[in-house]
Design a protein around this ligand. Structure first.
Ligand code: M6R
Length: 604
């Protein structure tokens, strides 16, 4: 959460900071600020509201320095207003601090600072760092930051500038930071897209790392000051990957990228001759007799689909749990457990802590991750990258379907290794996997019909999503997409559960989206639809192309291409993403940056 950019070099820092923050605005967007060293003094400008508000005020105030730090905020402590925006300055105004994370002992630290006469300008936990570093400063910024961090506990991606220093000093525990290496200039950011206009050579900081970043070089140490070596990584994301490419929103662009993303996720890993998946992992799937899947949000629903896949193809029992629950409940995991953590960002703190918990219990750990070099990839035994490219829209789309594709590969990999997936069904399934990019392209063609349905129902105050078996998680994902970007209240249920309570909600105002794609449970789902219709509910069916019955029992039908029933969640997710998107557009919502959310959740 929160976007951070720091720059030291020869360019005008304010421009680099604004451009970088624009690329990170998905990480938080309730206020923004910069501090730039101008003629030996730090000038701070910070504003509540979106980055544009800050950009407007910077038009009126030139900041011609070449060293600076910038931030976009997702509020934790203190309302999103000007004083709580970052950077936070020391009382003498000589240093400026930008912080992502939470300083857990900020109250006792603040108490002590107040007693020693410090005056605070904000309600944030972060401001204690500015005062603490100011107290420790005796002409060496790096030492002052290091000493302050011996007293402050919690999570931080910390970036500090001082008017008397030619370097910016950064430190990381939990909250990610990545250094970008240039020629005569260097950068730091909380995520790679901010660096892409300038460099692809990066260093991902590890927990407990500090760095002093100057224009000619970077010094890395641990928190005790001992030098550390970190690999310089060449990132393969292009600048265009992180641009809108002519689409009105990142979300729409990312929805349309799904065919090639699936190609990336699957391609090169499917071995049709042997009907298997070659994942290049060190882990031996035959060793495990149960699987725990841990994730949050959409990644959790992808994991839930994965449960059906692994149980069907590998006959291994799978438990799926939201990471924030798993990490605190003393789960029963051991050496025979394969713990799979799924995360687009690879930085979600609950997922990171949950996989650490599984590892502590001896489980083998596998990450299904999008962001290269992210924190989770460094903690797990093995990573299966989904190769979806940067996902900027706050609502996950292409990463979601790519995660399911990756879980399909894992199911084949386990099933084959354990000898439980026979040649014939394996060949059929992998052949269907291979077709997915084309089928998703076909699913996208339904957009005009989906836009019509979105318009018809966009004033509904509630929606219900129903699905059975492997389509139950799809229903939950559809409801999550709709609520997060349109703010329409949406609930999801396994269709068979409806009669145990939610049926009371049904009346002529409630649109009910029912996943009725081809499956052995088709007829049962149709019976659930009849129960909705009998109570006046308005049914939008998601049906398989060629299903001529659907029009008889639903007011509106969205058709999806035929596929293997276990892969229906992938082709069905696409129209649900479009339904949410088109509804949000009808309502004039901020599709890419919905209120209250942030793209990667690095606080508990
Ligand atoms: O980066 P992660 O995949 O770990 O993120 C998990 C969730 O925060 C994420 O899926 C969230 O629910 C999205 N906003 C869903 O669209």
């Amino acid at each position: 959460m929160c976007g951070i950019v720091g720059y030291v070099g020869f360019r005008e820092a304010a421009g680099v900071l604004l451009e970088g923050l624009r690329r990170l605005e998905y990480r938080g967007y309730d206020s923004a600020g910069v501090a730039v060293k101008v003629n030996g003094r730090l000038e701070v400008v910070k504003k509540a509201g979106k980055l544009q508000v800050l950009a407007e005020s910077l038009k009126e105030r030139a900041l011609p320095g070449t060293l600076g730090v910038g931030h976009t905020r997702w509020a934790t402590h203190g309302a999103p207003n000007d004083p709580n925006a970052h950077p936070h300055s020391s009382e003498d105004g000589r240093l400026a601090v930008i912080h992502n994370g939470i300083i857990e002992n900020y109250l006792p630290l603040k108490e002590g600072l107040l007693q020693r006469g410090h005056v605070f300008a904000s309600e944030t936990d972060s401001e204690v760092l500015a005062h603490l570093i100011e107290e420790k400063y005796q002409g060496n910024l790096y030492q002052a930051v290091r000493l302050a961090l011996q007293e402050a506990h919690g999570a931080y991606g910390l970036v500090v500038a001082h008017q008397d220093s030619e370097e910016i000093v950064v430190a990381r525990t939990v909250s990610p930071l990545v250094i970008g290496l240039g020629e005569g200039e260097n950068f730091v950011a909380s995520d790679v897209p901010a660096l892409l206009p300038y460099t692809r050579r990066v260093i991902f900081l590890h927990d407990g790392d500090m760095a002093a970043i100057g224009k000619e070089g970077v010094r890395l140490t641990d928190l005790k000051g001992n030098p550390v070596q970190r690999e310089v990584v060449e990132v393969d994301w292009s600048l265009e990957d992180s641009e809108k490419g002519g689409y009105p929103h990142y979300m729409l662009k990312e929805i349309y990228e799904q065919p090639w993303v699936l190609e990336n996720t699957l391609g090169g890993r499917l071995r049709e001759e042997s009907a298997t998946a070659e994942l290049g992992l060190k882990l031996d799937p035959a060793r495990y007799d149960k699987v725990h899947v841990i994730a949050c949000g959409s990644a959790y629903y992808a994991g839930w689909v994965g449960k059906y896949l692994i149980e069907a193809l590998a006959r291994v029992p799978v438990e799926v749990e939201v990471a924030s629950e798993y990490r605190y409940r003393d789960p029963v995991a051991d050496q025979k457990t394969l713990a799979i953590v799924i995360s687009q960002s690879g930085e979600t703190i609950d997922s990171l802590e949950a996989i650490r918990e599984a590892a502590r219990k001896g489980a083998g750990t596998l990450g299904i991750i999008n962001a290269k070099g992210s924190s989770i990839t460094r903690e797990v035994d093995d990573t299966l990258y989904i190769h979806a490219g940067p996902e900027i829209g706050v609502a996950s789309t292409k990463a979601y379907t790519a995660m399911i594709a990756a879980m399909s590969l894992v199911a084949v990999w386990m099933g084959r290794a354990k000898g439980r997936l026979q040649d014939q069904p394996a060949a059929e399934f992998t052949a269907e996997l291979r077709k997915l990019p084309r089928l998703v392209e076909e699913a996208l063609e339904e957009r005009p019909e989906i836009a019509r349905i979105a318009l018809k129902y966009h004033q509904a105050s509630d929606y219900l999503f129903l699905g059975r078996h492997i389509q139950a998680p799809t229903a939950y994902e559809g409801a999550l997409k709709l609520k997060e970007i349109s703010y329409i209240h949406a609930e999801a249920y396994p269709a068979g559960e409806m009669k145990h309570g939610p049926i009371a909600l049904i009346d002529e105002h409630l649109p009910v989206v029912v996943l009725t794609t081809e499956s052995p449970l088709y007829e049962k789902t149709v019976s659930n639809i009849q129960e909705v219709r009998a109570r006046g509910g308005r049914v939008i069916a998601l049906a398989t192309k060629g299903d001529s019955e659907a029009k008889k029992f639903a007011q509106d039908v969205i058709y999806v291409p035929r596929t293997h029933p276990l892969l229906a969640p992938i082709v069905s997710a696409v129209p649900l993403q479009l339904l949410a998107y088109e509804t949000a557009v009808c309502l004039g919502r901020d599709v890419d940056q919905p209120r209250n959310l942030a793209k990667s959740v690095t606080v508990e």
